[in-house]
Design a binder for this molecule. Structure first.
Ligand SMILES: [Zn+2]
Length: 428
């Protein structure tokens, strides 16, 4: 057997790591224990797909039942983000955070211990739990990860915060206090993550929080990195705005950008398509270009481009919205803006976390040719590769490596470099 190059991954969502077989074995029992939540999952699934899953069929007969279950849980082809979320809801329904019951992290850690390497798991801080229960939950989950630590397997935890500022600040303050109090656990916690829907949450709203986190880091022996999912969704902003969000997030101090698809995706993949953006965000975009013309011009994006976009925006504005229509001119303009934005991101030198399978299945990219990974590498961005939700996608890092070699035609050396970049996250 050929051994794999990629050993470490920094972008995993703890719940999405649960493999289908382990989950299937426990669904009947859990669906009774959490009946109301389970019904919520069933009705949400029906709302998105138009058909209600029939769980009784999951539990009749070993082979047939498991196949039925997998057709509901596994996301093995390109689907809408809503359908992915509907599948993920099963995990949310059956595993409410509970400090005294860590079945799910146990199952994930024991499964991944066989694979080894550094693996960083993001999980939400349940603000709705009373503070003492919340602290216990954090403590127990981190201590559990600690117990799985061996010379070959190194689980790490990152804490996901809500995107809205009030909850983000509350979660962050709680986490800092917790880590100050439990300094022995601090090395197991790598960072804070923002991962829920990006819609309505531009990175600029996180300026104060990011500044605060970095100031706190400077005073402590243990740093919390800022992990920021950005540019993964562009349903309601232009590709250029979503690329700008990536540049903004890195300028504001995010250590790692999750996905950043819009920063480098092949814009021609949506050729002929339309995106409706608020006039407000389009105006933000133009203002940002004006404020950064010096930097942008270094990459050849100049005042004429600004003028062109400004006029195009005026002609496409209807009331409070701009209906961008991706003809050849807009594709070319956006692509050149991406080049300039990539150059600006490169100066800040964040790590970009690419999850190719996830991006192709739920990131609205039609295929690997449209994925930004090669463009990022060509522009000397620091890139690492992860599986994101390997349980829901039914993949492992080894599958990702195969994909990178076959469809992305990456060399062994490129893979070695990405693996080392990932290792450095954890060893510094
Ligand atoms: Zn993710």
């Amino acid at each position: 057997m050929v051994s794999s190059v990629l050993q470490h991954e920094s972008h995993l969502h703890l719940y999405g790591c649960l493999d289908a077989k382990s989950l299937w074995a426990i669904t009947e029992e859990r669906s009774r224990a959490y009946a109301t939540r389970f019904h919520w999952f069933l009705s949400e699934y029906e709302r998105v797909t138009g058909r209600k899953p029939d769980p009784k069929r999951w539990w009749t007969g070993e082979e047939q039942g498991f196949a039925e279950f997998k057709s509901i849980y596994i996301c093995d082809r390109p689907v809408s983000f809503d359908l992915f979320q509907a599948k993920f809801n099963l995990l949310i329904a059956l595993f409410p955070p509970n400090p005294h019951e860590l079945w799910l992290p146990n199952a994930v850690f024991s499964h991944h211990a066989i694979q080894g390497g550094y693996k960083e798991y993001r999980t939400f801080l349940p603000l709705y739990l009373p503070a003492n229960e919340r602290a216990k939950y954090l403590q127990n989950i981190i201590e559990l990860a600690q117990r799985y630590e061996t010379s070959s397997y190194h689980p790490r935890i990152a804490i996901s915060l809500m995107r809205n500022n009030a909850e983000a600040w509350e979660g962050y303050r709680f986490l800092r206090q917790f880590l100050d109090k439990h300094q022995n656990l601090a090395p197991m916690v790598t960072g804070i993550d923002f991962c829920a829907s990006e819609q309505g949450h531009p990175p600029r709203t996180k300026k104060d929080l990011f500044h605060h986190v970095r100031a706190d880091n400077a005073q402590r022996s243990h740093e919390l990195e800022i992990l920021y999912h950005v540019g993964e969704m562009w349903q309601d902003i232009s590709i250029a705005s979503a690329a700008r969000w990536c540049a903004e997030a890195s300028a504001l101090g995010a250590h790692r950008l999750g996905h950043a698809l819009a920063l480098g995706m092949d814009v021609s993949s949506i050729g002929g398509g339309k995106i409706r953006e608020t006039k407000l965000e389009a105006d933000e975009h133009l203002a940002w270009i004006r404020n950064h013309l010096g930097d942008l011009q270094e990459s050849g994006f100049g005042p004429n481009d600004y003028q062109w976009l400004s006029e195009r925006k005026e002609s496409l504005t209807k009331g409070d919205f701009v209906d961008w229509s991706y003809d050849d001119d807009l594709i070319d303009h956006t692509s050149r803006f991406q080049d300039a934005a990539i150059a600006m991101v490169a100066k800040n030198n964040p790590i970009v976390e690419c999850c190719p399978t996830s991006n192709i299945r739920i990131g609205n990219l039609k295929n690997s040719r449209h994925h930004p990974l090669r463009r990022f590498l060509a522009n000397n961005l620091r890139v690492v590769v992860s599986t994101d939700d390997p349980g829901v996608f039914a993949i492992s890092l080894r599958d990702e490596e195969r994909l990178l070699k076959k469809d992305f035609q990456l060399s062994d050396q490129a893979l070695v470099t990405m693996n080392q970049t990932c290792l450095k996250i954890f060893e510094t």
